[in-house]
Design a protein around this ligand. Structure first.
Ligand SMILES: Nc1ncnc2c1ncn2[C@@H]1O[C@H](COP(=O)(O)OP(=O)(O)O)[C@@H](O)[C@H]1O
Ligand SMILES: [Mg+2]
Length: 366
């Protein structure tokens, strides 16, 4: 698999498969991850993310396929021999040990000289900015701080690869968002390669350099957050990543520099060809923020439709409108609040025009 935009090849999986009895949990996953990348496995519950991660850690033996880390085949290595550390969602700190002892625990067990343990543990606590809390017990720290202790403990042994399974799953939303940035900062300072699992697309988009979208054990698409958002390869990915309007129809024109998708709402023009076949069923994906809305008819003459406003939601800096189009399709439209004055007089049941440019839509094969 070719991976755009990264110096891949540090962590490689080749057609990795894991079966449980006759169910396939991970199905021929081939990935190539660069050194120092934060790589996210994103998908809904049960799609195989944790199983894939557990194979990287060595807790689960692949049914077939290979795992290479820095060119070395690690399949036969026991978990504790791999230069890999895994931090679980329930990052269970030892309640009876203080923070310093929690971080030092793995190093002591490894039998490192005392001075080295002292030095490394201090370094790690400084890194996660918890030096002042070294003598406290875990229950005397906030959830976010405990999470940083767990990270310090995972990084203490200087793993080449850090695996995070839903690392922020135990934190509430606000704390999660704050901790996401802290985590990325720490990871980047250390320069460790990270594979993280999450079912939260915002978390993946915020933290990861690249994302693999998984469904039913398979990887559907790998790309930067932007690539996946702007150029989803299929309907599943488009739907999964953020809000999107999907207009189903068929290709009625397909030239080198443009194509037309004929839908129940009308013809939709796209500013590039897709080298498909005529009458092929497709969906046109258009993000809510790429659609304009007004009570006045716009100057544009392609991709202009009309409908009635059914719902309006205000989210501080932007508004979301649900417009019921002439054919009954509900279209979601997002506008920045400050951009245009006339938005303020759009209200429920108003008839409005909505439109988008011919580069706003992405044609997806069904
Ligand atoms: N030890 C196991 N034995 C049998 N089936 C398992 C086992 N672990 C996971 N599975 C199954 O494999 C699939 C993928 O699970 P998992 O990797 O935990 O998904 P995710 O982390 O994406 O939620 C699920 O259908 C799950 O029930
Ligand atoms: Mg899981």
């Amino acid at each position: 698999m070719t991976q755009p935009g990264a110096q891949a090849g540090y962590l490689v999986t080749e057609k990795l498969v894991k079966r449980f009895d006759d169910a396939v949990a991970v199905d021929e996953v081939s990935l190539s991850i660069g050194k120092g990348e934060i790589f996210a496995l994103l998908g809904s519950s049960g799609c195989g993310k944790s199983t894939l991660l557990r194979m990287l850690a060595g807790f689960e033996k692949p049914t077939s396929g290979r795992i290479l880390l820095g060119g070395q085949d690690v399949a036969a290595m026991a978990p504790y021999d791999r230069p890999v550390n895994m931090m679980f969602q329930s990052y269970a700190l030892f309640p009876h040990l203080n923070i310093w002892e929690n971080v030092a625990f793995g190093l002591k067990r490894e039998g490192l000289p005392k001075d080295d343990i002292q030095k490394r543990t201090d370094e790690m606590l400084a890194l996660v900015q918890l030096m002042p809390y070294a003598k406290r017990k875990p229950h005397q720290l906030s959830g976010g701080q405990q999470q940083r202790v767990a990270l310090a403990r995972s990084l203490a042994k200087k793993p080449k690869l850090l695996l995070l399974d839903e690392p922020l799953g135990a934190l509430d939303k606000k704390l999660r968002e704050q901790t996401q940035f802290e985590l990325v900062n720490i990871i980047e300072q250390v320069g460790v390669t990270v594979v993280m699992v999450t079912h939260d697309q915002e978390e993946a988009m915020t933290m990861a350099s690249r994302i693999a979208i998984m469904s039913k054990g398979r990887v559907l698409q790998v790309g930067t957050p932007e690539e996946i958002y702007e150029h989803p390869r299929n309907k599943f990915v488009a739907d999964f990543i953020g809000n999107v309007n999907l207009f189903s129809g068929q290709i009625s024109v397909d030239e080198a520099d443009h194509c037309v998708v004929t839908t129940a709402l009308g013809d939709m023009h796209v500013g590039h060809g897709i080298s498909g076949t005529l009458n092929m069923p497709v969906s046109l994906a258009v993000r809510p923020e790429k659609i304009e809305i007004s009570k006045n008819r716009p100057d544009a003459n392609t991709n202009v439709f009309s409908g009635q406003v059914k719902e309006i939601a205000y989210f501080g800096s932007y508004n979301t409108y649900i417009v019921k189009a002439s054919d009954g399709t509900k279209v979601k439209i997002t506008e920045a609040n400050t951009s245009r004055h006339e938005l303020s007089d759009i209200t429920w049941e108003d008839t409005v025009f909505f439109w988008w440019g011919d580069s706003a839509g992405v044609v997806l094969r069904d």
